[in-house]
Design a protein around this ligand. Structure first.
Ligand SMILES: Nc1ncnc2c1ncn2[C@@H]1O[C@H](COP(=O)(O)OP(=O)(O)OP(=O)(O)O)[C@@H](O)[C@H]1O
Ligand SMILES: [Mg+2]
Length: 231
C-alpha cells in the first residue's frame, strides 16, 4: 500500500534517516515508535512528499512516487495528520472540514460521518479553529484527513498532550477508522496504543529501524527491545 525503501534523508548536512525501509499493507494498523528525535516524524514527512530522500524510494500501490510533490501524493490517497495539527484558525470547524474534501474523490467519509465519529465537532461546527481545545483540534485534524477519503492515514503522535479521557476518544476513533477499512501508520513515542490496536510495529532508533515485527512478537520480547533501544 505505502512503502519507504532504503531511504536516506538529510536536513541540510545533517542525516536524519539512513537506509530506512518500512511498509503499511492494506487494512493494517502499523505502529512507528521510538524516543525523541529518533526520526519518526521524518519518516512520515518523507512518505507524504514533504521531504525527498537522497537515496531510496517511496512507493504507493506499487507505483514509484519518489518524485511527486505532497499535493499529488495526497490526491493519490495518502493523508497526514501532523504533530502540530495545522488547522485553519480563522475558519470554522465546518469550513475546515468541507475545505479538506475539495479536490478529493468523494467516498465513505463525509461531513456527517466525520461528525458522527467525533460528535464534539458537530457541537463546535460554527466555532473558529482558533477557539478549540487541544483535544478538539486533534479531532478536527483527524476528521479533516478523513474528508480526503485516503487509502492510508498517517498520524503523528495523536495522543500527545491530551487528557486521558480525550486520549481514549482518539484511540477509539482510530479503531473505528480502521474498522472502516483504512490502513493506518501510527506514530507514538510510547508503544501502548500501537500495541493494543496495531498488527505490526517498527521501532525507530537513531534514524534507522532498530526492530520490527508483529505486536505479538513485540509483546513476547518487550523488555529486551525496550532496554536495547531505550524506548
Ligand atoms: N527541520 C529540521 N531541521 C534540522 N533537523 C531536524 C529538523 N527536523 C528534525 N530534525 C532532526 O532530525 C532528527 C529526527 O527528528 P524527528 O522529528 O523525525 O524525530 P521524532 O522521532 O519525530 O522525534 P519526536 O518524538 O521528538 O517527535 C532529530 O535529530 C532532529 O533534531
Ligand atoms: Mg516527531
Amino acid at each position: 500500500m505505502l512503502r519507504l525503501e532504503d531511504a536516506d534523508v538529510f536536513y541540510g548536512k545533517a542525516q536524519a534517516l539512513g537506509g530506512v525501509s518500512i511498509e503499511v499493507r492494506e487494512g493494517e494498523v502499523v505502529g512507528l515508535v521510538g524516543r525523541n528525535g529518533a526520526g519518526k516524524s521524518t519518516i512520515l514527512k518523507t512518505l507524504m512528499g514533504l521531504l525527498t530522500p537522497t537515496r531510496g524510494r517511496r512507493i504507493h500501490k506499487g507505483e514509484d512516487i519518489t518524485s511527486l510533490p505532497p499535493q499529488k501524493i495526497s490526491r493519490r490517497g495518502v493523508a497526514f495528520v501532523p504533530e502540530n495539527r495545522q488547522i485553519f484558525p480563522n475558519l470554522t470547524v465546518e469550513e475546515n472540514l468541507r475545505l479538506a474534501g475539495v479536490m478529493h474523490k468523494p467516498g465513505f467519509w463525509t461531513y456527517d460521518r466525520a461528525c458522527g465519529l467525533f460528535p464534539r465537532l458537530r457541537e463546535r461546527a460554527r466555532s473558529n479553529g482558533s477557539s478549540l481545545s487541544g483535544g478538539e483540534q486533534q479531532m478536527l485534524s483527524i476528521a479533516r484527513a478523513l474528508m480526503t477519503n485516503p487509502t492510508v492515514l498517517m498520524l503523528d503522535e495523536p495522543s500527545e498532550g491530551l487528557a486521558p479521557l480525550v486520549v481514549r476518544d482518539v484511540r477509539d476513533a482510530i479503531v473505528e477508522i480502521h474498522r472502516q477499512g483504512m490502513a493506518i501508520l501510527l506514530v507514538e513515542q510510547k508503544v501502548a496504543i500501537p500495541m493494543s490496536i496495531g498488527q505490526r510495529i517498527y521501532v525507530v532508533d537513531h534514524g534507522t529501524v532498530g526492530w520490527s515485527g508483529t505486536t505479538a512478537e513485540f509483546a513476547a520480547d518487550r523488555a529486551a527491545i525496550e532496554n536495547k533501544l531505550a524506548i
